[in-house]
Design a protein around this ligand. Sequence first.
Ligand code: FES
Ligand code: FES
Length: 179
Amino acid sequence: MTSPAVQAAGAAANPHHSADMRRVSLRVNGKPYSAEVESRTTLVDFLRHSLLLTGTHVGCEHGVCGACTILIDGRSARSCLTLAVQVEGCDITTIEGLANADGSLSILQQAFSEKHGLQCGFCTPGMLTTLSEFLRDHPAPSEQQVREAISGNLCRCTGYQGIVEAALLAASRIAAGGR
Ligand code: FES
Ligand code: FES
């Protein structure tokens, strides 16, 4: 059994008892932000609660479902497994940053709409950020490559078929010169 003295020492060291605040400065969807955050704040909570960018979803909160996927300096990452203080100075892209500058849907978003790549939409922000990176790096993917690319993103609704067809349609349109 833990002695009262050890319990008291543990309580004194408990980070929940005194918040360790840090300043984090970063760019999100091209816009600069600077804010004080608790050092234990996850990036997804920072995006949703501090910056009010609620398009990034929170599912499992331990790296399994992919709903929270965002891009950090162009690379996909789980924002539930990343601390806000870890992205100091980084460029973050969220679902809110994927549309074209005039607000119209990107080619990938349009393809999701046409091919029924979403139903409830919970997985969709993570699917779109994941596939944005994938199509940038694999401009002429096979169906199998698309399926592997989204294998870390869970969808409880679509059976994935519409998502795969949307990614392949977007790839063909991008190859044809679309943006
Ligand atoms: S909420 Fe991050 S992987 Fe599920
Ligand atoms: S559309 Fe519902 S979880 Fe994918």
